[in-house]
Design a protein around this ligand. Structure first.
Ligand code: MN
Length: 196
């Protein structure tokens, strides 16, 4: 019998979720093509490509309509060239499925893009809640100097489409260091160029 309540515990400092049903991690070398500055990325891979870029600890009991999947996303700090550390990002396969992210520790953003290519950002800091509306592409960005830990929750039948971003040559905007350590949005020069 799987249909029983559950209680889990967040360790905000360690970025761990006690009671998780699964986890995965992405290494720096797994993020080929994600960052704008290919030579900076290649240099980072040479230096520490097998280091963890981000990891997810989740509670996934089913992928049934009406169920929820939730967990912790832990995105390491850093930059590739001037671009702050990001996750691959995705849109939901069932594109009308929404999501929330709650800041647990660290500082960052959700970078969002709607089907018309409009980009928006929502800040993530401890206690803040970011709402991802239906149909929006989303990725996390760590603009701080410590792990960005956030709690996410989405409908269990959403699915993740990672290829939509690749097909578009990335998202419409990049989140870069403005030269003083603060973040700024700039246009992605590759955006739309790879589109078939
Ligand atoms: Mn999602």
């Amino acid at each position: 019998m799987n249909n029983i309540p559950a209680s889990l515990q967040i360790d905000a400092e360690a970025g761990r979720l006690a009671g998780r049903t699964g986890s995965y991690e992405k290494l720096i070398k797994d993020l080929s093509g994600v960052y704008q500055d290919a030579s900076a990325f290649d240099a980072l891979v040479d230096e520490r490509g097998t280091s963890i870029a981000y990891r997810v600890e989740e509670f996934r009991r089913s992928e049934d309509e009406g169920d929820l999947i939730f967990g912790l996303s832990v995105l390491n700090a850093g930059k590739v060239g001037s671009e702050f550390a990001i996750t691959r990002g995705h849109r939901h396969v069932k594109t009308d499925r929404s999501e929330i992210y709650v800041g647990v520790s660290g500082r960052g953003l959700l970078l969002l893009e709607d089907p018309a290519g409009v980009v928006d950002v929502v800040e993530l800091s401890p206690g803040s809640i970011a709402y991802v509306p239906p149909h929006w592409i989303h990725r996390s960005v760590n603009t701080g100097d410590e792990d960005l830990v956030s709690l996410f929750c989405y409908p269990a039948d959403s699915g993740q489409d990672y290829e939509i971003i690749e097909k578009n040559g990335g998202m419409g905007s990049l989140v870069v260091d403005d030269g003083s350590g603060r973040w700024a949005l700039v246009d992605n020069p590759r955006y739309g160029l790879d589109r078939q």
